[in-house]
Design a protein around this ligand. Structure first.
Ligand code: FEO
Length: 182
């Protein structure tokens, strides 16, 4: 059984409510899983001959690790106990290039839902420090869903032209989302 709050938390900021702290630790796990999922997509794309898209996914995996660390460090700074997540095996096989990006977009939608839930619960608990901290993630999720949505739109256009994904793959090599500035 983990302590929810650090040993010396009494002398520090302890404004994270217990239910919010549990959700923040769940978020640490979800962000870590996102990173593993994108690493798995990176490997699949590389093996299937899409080096540009593979690099794109490798960058997404790194970003997710940064998202995970950001929550982790926040929990510690605010006097809570951050819990290192278990490694859950991500999806390894995909039906197609399109399937990879559809799976990624659906995953990001779940992440957005989880983040909105933390925002909602932190406001209910009058935990305005967490509420404020989570605004960066709200903006980041808008960016990520929009990025994956744009890529899927391009894929659908290419499918209509019955062309190859060659040019899109080259474009993906350098495509990235904007970091929210907060
Ligand atoms: Fe950190 Fe893409 O969710």
């Amino acid at each position: 059984m983990h302590l929810l709050y650090g040993k010396f938390a009494a002398n520090r900021i302890t404004m994270i409510k217990e239910n919010v702290l549990i959700l923040l630790n769940d978020q640490i796990e979800l962000e870590a899983f996102s990173s593993f999922q994108y690493m798995s997509m990176h490997a699949w794309l590389e093996n299937e001959g899409y080096p540009g898209a593979a690099k794109f996914m490798a960058r997404q995996a790194e970003e997710e690790m940064m998202h995970m660390k950001k929550v982790f460090n926040y929990v510690i700074e605010a006097g809570g106990r951050a819990i290192s997540p278990a490694i859950t095996k991500p999806q390894e096989e995909f039906d197609s290039f399109v399937d990879v990006f559809e799976t990624a977009l659906n995953h990001e939608r779940k992440v957005t839902e989880a983040i909105h839930n933390i925002v909602f619960e932190s406001q209910n608990a009058r935990d305005f420090t967490t509420f404020n901290f989570m605004q960066w993630y709200v903006a980041e999720q808008l960016e990520e869903e929009s990025l994956f949505g744009t890529i899927l739109d391009k894929i659908k256009l290419l499918e209509k032209d019955s062309s190859t994904f060659y040019h899109l793959d080259i474009e993906l090599e350098t495509m990235t989302g904007e970091e929210p500035k907060m």
